[in-house]
Write a new protein. Structure first.
Lengths: 503, 484
C-alpha cells in the first residue's frame, strides 16, 4: 500500500519537473538604440520588433511589458559606412547583467538575417543560464503562473492557423464568424469608389496611418485612425488607367507614391507626394512599370520594369532609384518563366538559398531555384485580379473579333521579415476567359518547408472580391481591401478596408 | 459476390478514381465573342468580295439587314506546354434560312451544308463551323513551341501577303531576345478536286514561312521574313518568293512601325499559256502618337501595280482562296486571305479590325488590287471621351499604283476607255461606342466613300449619251459586341 502511495508522489514530481522544464523564460525587449541611421524612430521600433519576433520560441516567450518579464534585453544598432553592428545586453528584472552578444554585417541586406543570428545567440545563452542555474530556474518556475485555461481555447480571430482546432458548433444556429467582433480586427466604413489598389504610407505620430487607394483613374489619400478619413483625392486623365500603386519613403523622409499608369497603350507612370494634405504630382510620363516591396523580406525598395514593343513586360526587373523624372536602374533581377514585376518575390531558405516564387497566368504558385529552374508548383490556384489593361492586337483581331488583347494584372506576393510568404487568393463562379467576376477572397501565409510551400495560416474568406492586400510588417497587421460594390454606369462603386492583427 | 463486397469494391474504385483525378487534371480555357450588327448600306450585303461601284447603277436602294457572328474558343490545357486549341463559329443573318433548306424546291440551295444559316423562322440549322483545331506544345528541353493543325496564321508584313486560317505545322523558338518562326502549311491538295486517282500530296498549294524578330532594346524590334508560295495544282506551277524586313520602334511618345518587302517568282507556261515572271514590292510606314485624350494615327501603304502589257507582272501578289482554281490564287477576286489594318477603313480596303462579321467587302479587297497595287494613305484619331465611352474618326485616300490594261475593265462610258485618274476614292468614317460592361460594347459605325476620278462615268446604267457616275458607297452599322 505504501508502495502505491509513492506512485502519485513520483507522478507529481515528474509533472513538476516537466512543468519546470517546459516553463518559458519571459523576455522583454526594452529598447534598441539606433546610431548613424536616418529615420531613427522607425528603425528602433523595427529592430525591436524584429528581435522580439525572433527571440520568441519554445523556450522563450516575449512579453508585452517589462513588469511581466524575467529578463530584459536592450541593444544598440550602430552603422559606420556600410558596416553595422548590433550589440545586445541581457539583464534580470533587478538590473543584474546576465550576458552580452553581438552580430555585425557589411550591408543592409544582411541586417535581417543578422537579427535572427543575434536572437539565436541570446536564446542559447539564456537557455544555458536558466537550465544551469537551479536558483534562477526555480525563480523562473516560481514566478511563472500557470497558463490560464482561456489561453488554451481557440481565440476569436480572423486568422485561421493550420494547427487550430475549431470546436463543432454546439447549437443549430451557426453564427457567421464575420458577425462576431473578431479579436484584433478592424473594419472601415464604406468607402466611396471601388478601389483596385492600395498602398500604405507613413505611420503618423498620433498613431494613425496613411493609406492610399486607387480606382481606375483616381487616387485617394486617407488617414486610418478610428475611421478612414479622406484627406485628399485626385483624378487622372480620361485616357489614363492606373495599374499599380506603391509607396516608398525616401532617405529625406518624403514619401513617394508610385503610380503605374497606361495611356494610349503606353506607360505614362507618375510619382506623387503629399504636400500639406494635398497630393502633388512630382513626375509624369515615366515609361516604367513600378512596384515597391520587400524583396525576400528585406528593405523596401523601388523596382521597375519596361514595356517592350511586342511584349508587355520587357526584360528583367531592376532595382530602381528616382531623381526628379529620371529613373536609374541599379541592379537587375533575372526573371524566371512567368515572372514579371507584379507576379514575383523571393525568399531565403533556412540553408541560405534564395528562391523565387511566381504566380503564373493560370494562378499556380511556382517556386524556382537560384538557377531559375522550377522546383515546385502548387496544386491550388492563387492570386486573381479583375484589373487589366488593353493592347491593340492586330495579329489576332481577325480571329478573336476583338481589337484588343486583355492583359490581367495579378495580386502581389509579399515576403515578411520572418521569411513567410503571403499570397492573396480570389475565387468566383464566373471566371471565364476575359470575363472575370470574383466573389470571395482571402490571404494565405505560407512557408518553405524545404521541399514545398506549406500553409501556415489563412484569413477567413471575405464576402467580397479582394483586389489588393498589404501586410504591415512593423505592426504585424494585414490590410485587406475589399470591393463591396462594383462601379456602375453612373456610380463609382464602393470599397472597405479590413485590418487584421496577425498574432 | 455478396452485396457487401460489391459495395466495398465500388467504394474502392470510387476512391481510386477520386485519387486519380488530380493526375488527370486539365485546365479548361474558354474564350469567345458575339457580334450583332444592324447594317444599312448600299455596299455591305452580308457577303465577302470586292465592292465594284461600276457594276452598280447611279442610284441604289440600300440593303438593311441584321447579321450575327459567335465564335467560341475552347482550349484543353494539360499543362503549360501542352494544349489543344479549338475554335468554332456560327454565322447567321436574320431571316436567312433554317430547318433544312432555303427552298426545298431548290436542290442547289438544299445541297448547301448550312454554313451561315439558321436565322430564319424556327432557326434549327446545322451551322457550326470549325475554324481551328490544333495542338500547341513545347518540345521538352528546347525553346521551341509547335502548333500543329488547322490554325490562324498572319505574315510579318501586317497581313498584306497572307492572313488566314490554314492547316500546317508551325514552330516558334525563343532564343534570348530573338524569336524565330518556321512553318509549313498546305492550303490545298488538288487530289481532292481531281476525277482521276491521284496520289495525295503531289499537287498542292504549299506555303513555307520563315521569320525572325529581335528585340534590340525595349524600344526597338526588328525582324525579317521569307515566304514561299508554291502552287503545283496545275501544269503551270507557281513559285513565288516573298522577302521582307520590318521594324517597330518608339521615340519618346511616338510609336512607329513599318515594313519593306519584295517578291520574285514565276508561273510556268504551257503550250497555250506564256509563263509569267513576278516582280512586286510593298512598303508601309505607320505612326502613333498619344495626344490629348487619345491617340493620333497615320499610315501609308504602297503595293506595286502592273500595266498588264507584258509577261512580267510587277504587281504585289497577295493570297486568296482559290478552291480548285490555281489561276485565281494570287491576282484573282476570290475571297481574300490577306488584310491591312493600319488604315482602319470600313469600305476602302479590307481592314479586318473594323469588320468582324460575315460582311467582308471593300473596294481594295486585296492588297493586290486586281494587279494594280495601291497607294493608301490614312489618318485617324482614337479618343476616350469618358472611361466608358470612346470615339474614333478616320480618313483615307487610295490610288491604284498602276492602271492595268487587262484587269481594269472600268471605263468611262463617255469615252469608252478607262479614266486617266488613278484616284479611287476617299473614305471618311466614324465610330463611337459605349461600354455597358467591360466585355459588352454598343457602338455605331458609319463610313462614306467619295469615289475618285478612277470611277468617273462608269456606272452600270451609264451610257455614252447619258453618262452617270456610280453611287458613292456608304454603310451605317449599329453593333453590339461581347468579347470574353
Amino acid at each position: 500500500m505504501k508502495k502505491l502511495q509513492i506512485i502519485p508522489l513520483v507522478l507529481m514530481f515528474i509533472l513538476c519537473a516537466v512543468y519546470a522544464h517546459a516553463a518559458q523564460i519571459k523576455v522583454f525587449v526594452t529598447d534598441i538604440n539606433a546610431i548613424g541611421v536616418q529615420n531613427k524612430d522607425e528603425m528602433k521600433s523595427t529592430l525591436r520588433m524584429l528581435l522580439s519576433s525572433r527571440l520568441n520560441g519554445d523556450t522563450i516567450m516575449v512579453v508585452g511589458t517589462a513588469a511581466e518579464a524575467d529578463v530584459l534585453v536592450s541593444g544598440t544598432y550602430v552603422t559606420i559606412g556600410k558596416v553595422f553592428s548590433v550589440d545586445a545586453l541581457v539583464k534580470t528584472a533587478a538590473g543584474k547583467a546576465l550576458t552580452r552578444a553581438f552580430v555585425q554585417g557589411e550591408s543592409q541586406d544582411e541586417l535581417i538575417p543578422s537579427i535572427g543570428k543575434l536572437a539565436n545567440k541570446l536564446t542559447v545563452e539564456l537557455n544555458k543560464i536558466y537550465s544551469g542555474s537551479p536558483a534562477l530556474a526555480g525563480a523562473v518556475s516560481a514566478s511563472t503562473s500557470p497558463a490560464p485555461a482561456s489561453t488554451l481555447q481557440t481565440p476569436k480571430s480572423d486568422i485561421i492557423r493550420n494547427v487550430q482546432i475549431v470546436p463543432a458548433p454546439a447549437g443549430e444556429i451557426i453564427k457567421a464568424h464575420d458577425a462576431e467582433q473578431a479579436a484584433g480586427s478592424w473594419l472601415s466604413q464604406r468607402l466611396n469608389g471601388a478601389a483596385n489598389l492600395m498602398a500604405v504610407g507613413k505611420s503618423l505620430p498620433d498613431g494613425s496611418r496613411e493609406i492610399f487607394l486607387a480606382e481606375a483613374r483616381r487616387i485617394s489619400y486617407y488617414r486610418q485612425g478610428q475611421s478612414m478619413k479622406l484627406v485628399s483625392d485626385t483624378e487622372l486623365g480620361v485616357d489614363d488607367k492606373i495599374l499599380s500603386l506603391d509607396t516608398l519613403e525616401g532617405t529625406d523622409g518624403v514619401l513617394d507614391i508610385y503610380v503605374t499608369v497606361i495611356r494610349a497603350e503606353e506607360l505614362a507612370s507618375q510619382v506623387w507626394q503629399v504636400k500639406g494634405d494635398k497630393l502633388v504630382l512630382v513626375a509624369d510620363k515615366l515609361p516604367w512599370f513600378f512596384r515597391s516591396f520587400r524583396l525576400a523580406g528585406g528593405t523596401k525598395k523601388l523596382y521597375a520594369q519596361a514595356m517592350g514593343r511586342t511584349s508587355d513586360f520587357f526584360g528583367n526587373v531592376a532595382e530602381a532609384s528616382r531623381s526628379g523624372s529620371h529613373i536609374t536602374l541599379v541592379k537587375t533581377i533575372p526573371m524566371p518563366r512567368y515572372g514579371n514585376i507584379y507576379t514575383f518575390n523571393q525568399f531565403r531558405t533556412n540553408d541560405g538559398n534564395m528562391y523565387t516564387v511566381v504566380i503564373n497566368p493560370d494562378g499556380y504558385l511556382i517556386v524556382y531555384d537560384q538557377a531559375l529552374k522550377e522546383l515546385w508548383r502548387s496544386n491550388d490556384t492563387f492570386g486573381g485580379s479583375e484589373l487589366y489593361f488593353l493592347k491593340v492586337d492586330d495579329d489576332n483581331v481577325r480571329t478573336t473579333g476583338n481589337k484588343y488583347r486583355w492583359e490581367f494584372m495579378n495580386m502581389r506576393i509579399q515576403v515578411t521579415a520572418k521569411g513567410d510568404i503571403l499570397v492573396g487568393k480570389n475565387d468566383g463562379f464566373w471566371v471565364l476567359g476575359n470575363a472575370r467576376s470574383y466573389k470571395k477572397g482571402s490571404v494565405l501565409c505560407m512557408f518553405w518547408n524545404g521541399s514545398s510551400l506549406e500553409e501556415k495560416w489563412h484569413t477567413r474568406e471575405t464576402q467580397n472580391y479582394l483586389p489588393d492586400y498589404y501586410f504591415d510588417d512593423n505592426r504585424n497587421e494585414l490590410l485587406m481591401l475589399q470591393t463591396v460594390q462594383r462601379p456602375g454606369v453612373s456610380t463609382r462603386g464602393a470599397s472597405s478596408l479590413a485590418i487584421k492583427k496577425v498574432e | 459476390m455478396s452485396l457487401k463486397k460489391t459495395v466495398a469494391i465500388a467504394t474502392a474504385v470510387g476512391a481510386m478514381a477520386a485519387i486519380s483525378v488530380p493526375a488527370m487534371a486539365m485546365e479548361n480555357e474558354i474564350h469567345g465573342m458575339y457580334k450583332l450588327k444592324y447594317i444599312v448600306s448600299d455596299a455591305d450585303n452580308g457577303g465577302a468580295s470586292y465592292i465594284t461601284p461600276n457594276a452598280s447603277n447611279e442610284k441604289l436602294k440600300a440593303n438593311n439587314f441584321f447579321e450575327q457572328r459567335a465564335r467560341l474558343f475552347y482550349t484543353a490545357k494539360a499543362n503549360d506546354d501542352l494544349k489543344l486549341v479549338t475554335g468554332f463559329e456560327i454565322d447567321s443573318v436574320f431571316g436567312d434560312k433554317a430547318q433544312g433548306a432555303i427552298n426545298p424546291g431548290n436542290v442547289a440551295s438544299g445541297a448547301l451544308t448550312y454554313r451561315n444559316s439558321g436565322g430564319a423562322l424556327e432557326s434549327d440549322a446545322v451551322n457550326l463551323e470549325t475554324k481551328h483545331v490544333y495542338l500547341d506544345f513545347k518540345i521538352p528541353s528546347t525553346p521551341t513551341r509547335v502548333t500543329a493543325g488547322i490554325q490562324p496564321i498572319k505574315d510579318a508584313l501586317k497581313g498584306v501577303f497572307f492572313d488566314a486560317d490554314v492547316a500546317g505545322i508551325n514552330t516558334v523558338s525563343k532564343v534570348g531576345p530573338a524569336t524565330i518562326g518556321l512553318g509549313y502549311f498546305r492550303a490545298y491538295d488538288q487530289s481532292y478536286f481531281m476525277t482521276a486517282t491521284t496520289p495525295k500530296g503531289m499537287n498542292n498549294l504549299d506555303i513555307v514561312a520563315l521569320n525572325a524578330d529581335v528585340n534590340l532594346t525595349k524600344d526597338l524590334k526588328v525582324g525579317a521574313a521569307y515566304y514561299l508560295y508554291s502552287d503545283n495544282r496545275d501544269n503551270t506551277p507557281t513559285k513565288l518568293h516573298t522577302l521582307g524586313v520590318n521594324a517597330d520602334a518608339k521615340f519618346g511618345p511616338l510609336g512607329v512601325s513599318g515594313f519593306a518587302a519584295m517578291q520574285q517568282g514565276v508561273k510556268g507556261g504551257s503550250s497555250t499559256v506564256a509563263h509569267t515572271v513576278y516582280n512586286g514590292y510593298a512598303f508601309n510606314g505607320a505612326a502613333k502618337l498619344a495626344i490629348g485624350p487619345g491617340a493620333l494615327r497615320t499610315a501609308l501603304l504602297f503595293t506595286s501595280g502592273d500595266d498588264g502589257k507584258d509577261g512580267i507582272n510587277t504587281s504585289w501578289q497577295s493570297v486568296n482562296q482559290s478552291l480548285n482554281a490555281p489561276s485565281t490564287g494570287l491576282s484573282g477576286t476570290a475571297p481574300a486571305t490577306n488584310s491591312y489594318n493600319d488604315s482602319n477603313m470600313m469600305l476602302l480596303n479590307r481592314s479586318v479590325n473594323m469588320g468582324g462579321t460575315s460582311t467582308d467587302r471593300a473596294i481594295i479587297y486585296d492588297t493586290n488590287n486586281r494587279d494594280q497595287g495601291v497607294w493608301l494613305a490614312s489618318i485617324g484619331y482614337d479618343a476616350t471621351i469618358t472611361p466608358k465611352m470612346y470615339a474614333s474618326a478616320n480618313a483615307g485616300c487610295a490610288w491604284v499604283a498602276k492602271h492595268n490594261a487587262v484587269t481594269n475593265l472600268i471605263v468611262d462610258k463617255a469615252t469608252g476607255k478607262p479614266n486617266g485618274s488613278n484616284f479611287q476614292g476617299t473614305e471618311i468614317n466614324l465610330e463611337t461606342g459605349y461600354k455597358m460592361y467591360d466585355n459588352l460594347t454598343a457602338s455605331v459605325q458609319a463610313a462614306y466613300v467619295i469615289l475618285g476620278g478612277y470611277y468617273k462615268g462608269s456606272a452600270a446604267d451609264s451610257t455614252a449619251s447619258a453618262v452617270k457616275d456610280p453611287e458613292n458607297p456608304y454603310t451605317a452599322r449599329v453593333v453590339l459586341s461581347y468579347a470574353f
